[in-house]
Write a protein that binds this ligand. Structure first.
Ligand code: IMP
Ligand code: MG
Length: 182
């Protein structure tokens, strides 16, 4: 597999995101809201980075929401299903929703709509990776890490049919692996 970003490059990008998020949430109660399953490594890394930054948020809570937009293919189904909702109250909290990659933006728009109506003090959006060609989407996120070309990518939380999330790096999925079952 062709590696686009190795573990160290991703760690540096996540650190930069944490630094910016910390600066924007000094002495504020922060909720890191991970969009499962892809954001799992990002939330863990961001949460630990944030706690190492002095004078950051007054408190860090971690919460998850599970949405799925891709079925068993590499194309978005165009429909985002809510599979698991949050339990922590969002009212009055400073929430940063975190996804692995921002593509067309449907997932984050859905998260924003769901959380906004629960009255957070503020809601911001973050993705570790962002597709450079975002299919004409005019939805922009508040915090983005590394650009990714049009090819399908896996690793650091991103999957193809539930495989490869465990890879510590981000790689292009070669076409010959695309149709393979298992
Ligand atoms: P969006 O809703 O179109 O922005 O798509 C974002 C979601 O699609 C992410 O949460 C990912 O789970 C998934 N996704 C988009 N591109 C890729 C990719 O290249 N590999 C794996 N998953 C992807
Ligand atoms: Mg996914």
């Amino acid at each position: 597999m062709k590696v686009l970003y190795d573990a160290q490059e991703i760690a540096r990008a996540v650190w930069r995101l944490a630094f910016t998020i910390a600066a924007d949430h000094r002495r504020k109660p922060l909720v890191l809201l991970g969009v499962l399953k892809g954001a799992l490594p990002a939330v863990v890394d961001l949460a630990r980075d944030l706690s190492a930054i002095p004078d950051g948020p007054s408190k860090i809570e971690v919460e998850y929401i599970c949405l799925a937009s891709y079925g068993r293919s590499t194309q978005s189904s165009g429909e985002v299903r809510l599979l698991l909702d949050t339990r922590l109250p969002m009212a009055g909290k400073y929430v940063v929703a975190i996804d692995d990659i921002a593509d067309g933006g449907l997932t984050m728009q859905r998260v924003r709509a769901l959380i906004q109506e629960r009255g957070p003090a503020r809601l911001r959006t973050c993705a570790v990776f962002e597709r450079t060609d975002r299919r004409g989407s005019d939805f922009s996120l508040d915090y983005v890490g590394l650009p990714v070309p049009g090819t399908f990518v896996v690793g650091y939380g991103l999957d193809y049919r539930e495989k490869y999330r465990n890879l510590p790096y981000l790689a292009e999925l070669p076409p010959e692996l695309l149709s393979q079952e298992g």
